[in-house]
Design a binder for this molecule. Structure first.
Ligand SMILES: N[C@@H](CCC(=O)N[C@@H](CS)C(=O)NCC(=O)O)C(=O)O
Length: 378
């Protein structure tokens, strides 16, 4: 291995890059304890955006995240744009009012982490949102068009440039972009580029950088004294749960599926127990860790159980996990970010290799989410 290097402290969200000569990326390996890297990550962007040789980047066939399968196992690629908003005097991206726009899908758990944080802080006016259509086709996410019929809830045509696809936004930021065209995207209208497309970092910025403009600056979802614990807990369920459901659904061998589903239900049992004696995952109020858990739980019974074959149990069968989920769901700011229409139509309609005919199941009945959660007593 002496020609290869593991990039120093290059925790790209959840992975470490193993690089060969001339910076070629040979593989990524999962790490257990991430350190959120701030502006320095932008240095790594060129390494991740490999330049095309024969065709221009725009001409390359679209590969969705679900194509990232190695030896039958789904491996999520690290996000590429990793700049940081800061009020430091020399900062490139400063926390100005109405300067940034979030591009999201209401189906996407990663994007909904950002929407929940934005809603809880009261940043709706400061950071406007554009919602894409729930159908992710062969070229990725698209915007609805002017005059389009049957527009799904909350969707609007792309307001800044009249773009058709999320991929167009990536090429506006970098015409040689070679990564995945994912949501969320935090776009800077001043410099005309993407600041960051990694939800675990966007939520930290939304929590702390815009207090001057927030309707609820006193809400702190990432208190300084709890940060290590929040990061450790959230990281402990990233690969097995948040990403674990995808590892089950996108597995291409029985062995890869068995491994993923085993880890998934082990971690669910663990958090079922943990939440038996505490209302929230860390401390005694809601934090980013809870948001990161919630976005996966809320999609579990309506989608993952059948679509991703995570059917050993439902969240409904776990009293503490389902109580926790109801507790968060019943917060009106969180509820407004949950659209089962987007969620169900996206997953069942956008993965032809899993559900070729795109038929969306009718159930389950999720009305129990509005019944008393009893979590005040925990
Ligand atoms: N690590 C990213 C993951 C984002 C992600 O994978 N988003 C999915 C939607 S759920 C996506 O946009 N996929 C587009 C594609 O696969 O082409 C984050 O947390 O922000």
């Amino acid at each position: 291995m002496k020609n290869f290097e593991c990039s120093p402290k290059a925790e790209l969200g959840h992975s470490t890059l193993i690089r060969g000569p001339r910076g070629t990326i040979l593989m990524t390996s999962f790490i257990t304890s991430p350190i959120l890297l701030r502006p320095s990550l932008s240095r790594l962007r060129p390494l991740l955006c490999r330049r095309p040789t024969m065709t221009s980047a725009q001409d390359k066939p679209h590969k969705a995240a679900m194509d990232d399968v190695v030896s039958g196992r789904f491996r999520r690629k690290p996000s590429v744009f990793r700049d940081w908003i800061s009020s430091a005097p020399d900062a490139k991206f400063t926390p100005d009012d109405n300067r940034y726009r979030l591009y999201v899908s209401l189906a996407c758990p990663w994007a909904c982490r950002c929407l929940i944080t934005r809603a809880l802080k009261g940043l709706q006016k400061t950071i406007p949102v554009t919602v894409v259509h729930h159908y992710m086709g062969p070229k990725g996410w698209r915007f609805v068009e002017e005059g389009e019929q049957n527009v799904p809830p909350m969707c609007e045509p792309e307001p800044l440039f009249g773009l058709k696809m999320i991929r167009d936004l990536y090429f506006k930021a970098d015409e040689q972009y070679g990564g995945r065209f994912t949501v969320p995207v935090l776009w800077d209208t001043k410099l005309g580029t993407i600041v960051n497309n990694e939800s675990s970092e966007i939520i930290v910025m939304l929590n702390e950088m815009f207090n001057e403009h927030a309707e609820r600056p006193e809400v702190d979802l990432y208190p300084k004294e709890l940060r290590t614990e929040i990061d450790d807990v959230a990281e402990s369920f990233y690969n097995s749960l948040n990403n674990g459901v995808y590892r089950c659904g996108f597995a291409q061998t029985q062995g890869a599926y068995d491994e993923a589903v085993g880890e998934l239900f082990d971690i669910l049992e663990h958090f079922e127990e943990r939440l038996g004696s505490r209302r929230y995952l860390v401390g005694d109020s809601l934090t980013l860790a809870d948001i990161r858990l919630f976005v996966t739980l809320i999609r579990f019974d309506p989608v993952y159980v059948s679509h991703f074959k995570t059917n050993k149990k439902r969240i409904f069968d776990y009293p503490n996990l389902s109580g926790f989920m109801k507790d968060l769901y019943q917060n009106p700011k969180i509820k407004e970010t949950v659209s089962f229409e987007h969620i169900k139509k996206h997953y069942f309609g956008s993965h032809p290799s899993i559900n070729p005919l795109g038929i969306v199941p009718a159930g389950p009945d999720m009305s129990y989410l509005d019944t008393p959660h009893g979590r005040e007593q925990v």
